[in-house]
Design a binder for this molecule. Structure first.
Ligand SMILES: [Zn+2]
Length: 451
């Protein structure tokens, strides 16, 4: 394999470990092994970062919870290579401006910039070793068996992977060999040339944000694109059920999901279609949002990364748990859904009165799905005055149907439906993350979580 700073040996070891290693007899065994890894990490590698050297804690529980703002404010204290925020940002900005992701810091370090949906853009550091592990793990965990066998046959055609992502880093442009071609499609560019390249590549695996998959599925349905990927994976955005249906209809297979962010590769769909968290690399500490313990905001500790360290790092995501074990035999936690960011959660009063209660995005999405035959797409936002809905190409009576479905869904959740008003749909740029639902009012953090 070639490419800037990818270590073939490291990649293959990660591949083998992710594909065949880390087998545990039970969830208890997995958790015991993980606890040992985490505590060893806390007492060892984590202390290479100045922030943690000062604390000199012996157990994870003694560490403070940190978030993106904390980390950006003291960037150099959270990495082990002494790089400050200005230096990292300068490299990331140059790479992004020039659409050339070759610039790296000394030592094969990559700087990535995350296209956050709100607030400050985050930069992150990844070493060549970590990048190789990332590539090996993602391939091992997502390739179907038939493609895996083909990849291992010396005379078969290489496995071709098309990866659509917006403004990122050379993290994603880095894997290519005779057995495997990994092509990066930069969404900041114009779509027609990307489509021509995609058709020429004829990928076996197609990886893209959910909203881009939806566009590609639309083109495929209209006969303007003809590809036959064996595996389709959604990254970087919530995969909404209606998009999943459309993608499946166009490409003939249910799309899987890759759950990742600047904080690493956090989970992916297994061969049995379940979304598993990567608890073999990352410890997830739940901040429960409801008394029934169905949804949580995760605090993650990545006990495998050594360059920029993440310990008790609080994400904004709301995850919904699937408690039943998976037929694939892995004991890692299954997610029923990644519901979105915590500021996708709407708020309303209970029918019986009392303080504001969360109205979870999947409940709102389901209502909009029921009304979906009456419009092409939607955006929904909550502000102090209520809910603003923007419909794309609404048919006759669409507004009344939406009002009715939202009212029913709120009722089913035991909530008073906030006032609903309608405004024109706002077109989205290809480089924007799609967020259909967002709340501009109180957040879970203000409310405090359920112990
Ligand atoms: Zn599974």
């Amino acid at each position: 394999m070639s490419g800037p700073g990818v270590h073939l040996g490291v990649l293959l070891r990660a591949f083998v470990r992710a594909r065949w290693g880390h087998r545990f007899a039970s969830r208890t065994a997995l958790m015991a092994w993980q606890d040992e890894q985490v505590q060893r990490f806390v007492r060892g590698p984590l202390r290479q970062a100045p922030f943690y050297r000062r604390l000199a804690a012996d157990r994870l529980e003694q560490l403070p919870v940190v978030d993106k703002a904390t980390m950006l404010a003291e960037f150099a204290a959270f990495n082990t290579v002494g790089i400050d925020l200005d230096a990292a940002q300068a490299v990331a900005e140059r790479a992004e401006r020039e659409r050339d992701f070759a610039p790296m810091l000394p030592g094969g370090l990559t700087v990535g910039m995350s296209s956050g949906t709100s607030g400050r853009r985050a930069v992150f550091l990844v070493s060549a070793r970590e990048r190789s592990v990332w590539a090996g793990t993602i391939l091992a965990r997502t390739l179907p068996g038939s493609l895996l066998r083909r990849m291992l046959q010396p005379f078969a055609a290489p496995v071709r992977v098309a990866f659509f992502l917006r403004a990122n880093s050379n993290l994603y442009a880095s894997v290519g060999s005779r057995r495997l071609r990994f092509e990066f499609f930069d969404l900041a560019g114009a779509m027609p040339p990307l489509l021509a390249r995609l058709a020429a590549l004829q990928p076996d695996v197609l990886i893209a944000p959910a909203s881009v998959l939806r566009e590609l599925a639309q083109l495929q349905t209209e006969g303007r694109l003809t590809i036959r990927p064996m595996r389709v994976l959604a990254v970087a955005e919530v995969l909404e059920p209606d998009d999943a249906q459309m993608i499946e209809a166009a490409f003939g297979g249910a799309p899987g999901q890759v759950y990742q962010c600047t904080e690493g590769l956090l989970g992916q769909t297994c061969a049995h279609g379940s979304l598993h968290l990567n608890e073999e690399f990352v410890h997830f500490e739940p901040e429960w949002l409801d008394a029934e313990r169905t949804r949580f905001v995760p605090r993650l500790t990545d006990f495998t990364r050594r360059t920029q360290v993440f310990a008790r790092f609080r994400l904004d995501d709301v995850l919904r748990v699937e408690p039943r074990p998976c037929a694939c035999g892995r004991h890692t936690l299954r997610l029923a859904a990644i519901e979105g960011r915590q500021d996708d959660v709407l708020w309303s009063t209970a029918l019986g009165g009392g303080p504001l209660q969360p109205w979870f995005p999947d409940q709102v999405r389901r209502a909009m799905l029921l009304a979906a035959p009456h419009f092409a797409d939607y955006q929904l936002e909550q502000d102090d005055a209520g809910i603003v809905v923007r419909l794309l190409a609404p048919g006759p009576g669409a507004e009344a149907v939406v009002r009715c479905e939202l009212g029913r869904a709120a009722d089913a959740a035991g909530l008073v439906c906030p006032a609903v008003r309608f405004l024109p749909f706002e077109p989205r740029r290809a480089t924007d993350k799609r967020r259909r639902i967002r709340a501009r009012i109180r957040t879970i953090a203000d409310q405090g979580s359920v112990a």
